[in-house]
Design a protein around this ligand. Structure first.
Ligand code: BDP
Length: 593
């Protein structure tokens, strides 16, 4: 799926800003046809942002069900004759959209884009009403899953993951044009051989009878280095400048649709980084060289705006990643905004790209949602859930396949992975991820109870990604015991699988400003000592090829007795101030004093 861009043949207009906003506490808006006129009430909400923390109102914060957004957009006369597309970067967790009185699209899944061709629905040279109903309910058939209890006070949402269920229109909404003959999709696969690079490509067009596809590749100075004709092929670049961690060198791959006598009827440029990714034994290779992941599991989470994308925090978070010496991060636990991946491409950050399949795990559910259930069953995570999960993988790959920064598909976080049912559930999903993209390793983040003796999934995957909390959830406060237990477990994984191991989570809740001369849990000193202990072990286990601390920053969670003002495992506070551990990491990762 292509991002909307301004090109010689395309225009785009952002619909971001204040929209009308209405809470549909009684769930009557769909029946009453709220899209047909101005929304009730006087509330307004910014797009993009989560709505939960905007108003001083618990009913909004804890709302379960539909909310409505509405705006007016003028479609210029000069756009007549073009194809007009309305595109949402995301709406969490599902949405139905109308333009004027016509329903144009509905979409399931809170973290991937969707769009509708609205050419026949809009009025040119006039204001058009765009209305979206956004629903935040998590069910056994959503990714991530959850369930709703009916209580005397109304519906109560439960879920099995450790981040607050922020909802709303979280990413930019675009109205954009394409010509009627247009480039619908582009897939590139890059390679390196000696000093040459290759860009294999496939272009999908629509309405393009009688046109010819021409492609060209320009280097970062704009000099054309290769060109070809035809919808599929391979370009060769002599003396290639590869994309590499720390240096986001990008070429521009430009697709043109030519019609005889008319010249290019559509033009679409795509940034392309030429690099390779491989797994060889216990090594993770980028451009044939061993790569060691240093960084974090992150969240899209900031004060007030929740999960709304924000360029200020984008730039600031990447500046902090650079300051601390991180070279990579995981999009825990859902696909992040496209702007984040574009930025990672340009700045040479390496990304583990994750679906929103978090919490497929009855054991975690028992802690977080105080309920007992069987993870995989006809009444809980079932075949229908798997289809939603499969679709989530498809949409992730469709959106992110061309990003050089993305080097691993993570198809789930901490699912149940020790039962025959879990294997039956995951086998086809792994196959699907490989079918969709044979070029990138596939992995999942393994939960601490799924030790090498219990786990039945890891042979299906290319890289072992382990989330471990020795010294926190187990061996609490006992770092010598934690050090022994961690090393035994890591060595067992290494011996048994001979695959690269990335520690995708390790950390300790830490209240900024809490100190103690004796390092006890929750203090800054304890976080420092715990991370240092993990690092000693990583350095002794050769198969470990990466360390991602949990978490980059403190983040909002649902209410449980395990959390005080959210999850405090951040190395930075929620407003991005460093805890003492930030300096430890900076010393290790940058070698800075
Ligand atoms: C793991 C989860 C992560 C949590 C973390 C924690 O993958 O989402 O936030 O533990 O407990 O179970 O801090």
């Amino acid at each position: 799926m292509l991002e909307p861009r301004e090109t010689p043949t395309r225009e785009r207009r952002s619909l971001d800003g204040l929209w009308r906003f209405a809470l549909d506490a009684d769930g009557v808006g769909r029946g009453e046809g709220w899209w047909r006129g101005p929304l009730p009430g006087a509330r307004e909400a910014p797009v993009p942002a989560s709505y939960n923390d905007l108003f001083a109102d618990a009913r909004v914060h804890d709302h379960v069900g539909d909310v409505w957004y509405q705006t007016l957009v003028r479609v210029p006369d000069r756009w007549a004759g073009q194809r007009i597309v309305l595109r949402f970067g995301s709406a969490t967790h599902r949405a139905v959209v109308w333009v004027n009185d016509t329903q144009v699209v509905e979409h399931e899944g809170g973290y991937t884009p969707f769009e509708a061709d609205v050419t026949d629905v809009v009025e040119f040279g006039a204001d058009n009403r765009v209305t979206a109903v956004v629903n935040n309910v998590l069910t056994w058939q959503s990714i991530p899953p959850g369930y709703v209890d009916q209580t005397p006070e109304g519906p109560r949402q439960w879920y099995f993951h450790d981040f607050f269920n922020y909802a709303g229109i979280h990413r930019t909404v675009w109205l954009y044009t394409t010509p009627t003959a247009y480039v619908r999709d582009v897939t590139v696969v890059t390679g390196l051989s000696g000093t040459a690079g290759t860009v294999g490509y496939e272009v999908e067009t629509a309405g393009a009878d009688g046109t010819e596809v021409r492609v060209g590749l320009a280097d970062a100075t704009g000099t054309e280095v290769a060109r070809a004709t035809g919808a599929a092929g391979e370009l060769t670049v002599a003396d290639v400048h590869p994309w590499r961690p720390g240096e986001g060198y990008l070429y521009t791959f430009t697709v043109e649709l030519w019609r005889d006598g008319e010249g290019p009827v559509d033009v679409y440029p795509l940034p392309v980084g030429i690099r390779t990714v491989d797994v060889s034994g216990t090594r993770f290779l980028i451009n044939g060289e061993p790569f060691y992941f240093r960084g974090f599991g992150k969240h899209e989470d900031t004060p007030v705006r929740g999960k709304g994308h924000d360029d200020v925090f984008l730039v600031h978070d990447f500046a902090l990643l650079d300051w601390i010496g991180a070279n990579s991060f995981r999009t825990s636990h859902y696909p992040y905004a496209e702007e984040v991946l574009d930025y990672a491409d340009r700045h040479g950050l390496v990304v583990i790209d994750e679906t929103a399949a978090v919490g497929l795990n009855a054991q975690l559910g028992a802690t977080l949602a105080k309920t007992s259930f069987t993870t995989f069953s006809p009444d809980t995570v079932n075949d229908a859930t798997r289809e939603v999960h499969r679709q989530a993988i498809r949409e992730l790959v469709a959106r992110d396949k061309n990003h050089p920064s993305v080097v691993i598909w993570s198809i789930a976080n901490e699912p149940e992975s020790w039962t025959p049912a879990s294997r039956a559930y995951f086998e086809p999903l792994v196959a699907e991820a490989r079918r969709l993209d044979p070029t990138r390793p596939v992995a999942f983040a393994n939960v601490l109870v799924a030790t090498p003796d219990r786990d039945v999934l890891s042979d299906l995957f290319d890289v072992l990604m382990l989330n471990r909390y020795y010294g926190w959830y187990t061996d609490t406060g006992d770092l010598p015991a934690a050090e022994r237990d961690l090393e035994v477990e890591l060595s067992t994984w290494a011996d048994r699988y001979g695959k690269p191991i990335i520690m995708t989570e390790y950390g300790a809740d830490t209240v900024a400003g809490l100190h103690s001369v004796v390092a006890v849990p929750w203090t800054e000193e304890y976080q420092v000592e715990l991370l240092a202990m993990y690092h000693r072990v990583f350095d002794r286990v050769d198969a470990v090829v990466g360390e991602h601390v949990w978490n980059f920053a403190d983040f909002a969670t649902s209410v449980t007795i395990m959390r005080v003002g959210g999850n405090r495992k951040g190395v930075f506070t929620r407003d991005r101030h460093p805890k003492a551990a930030a300096h430890l990491l900076r010393r290790r990762w940058r070698g800075s004093p």
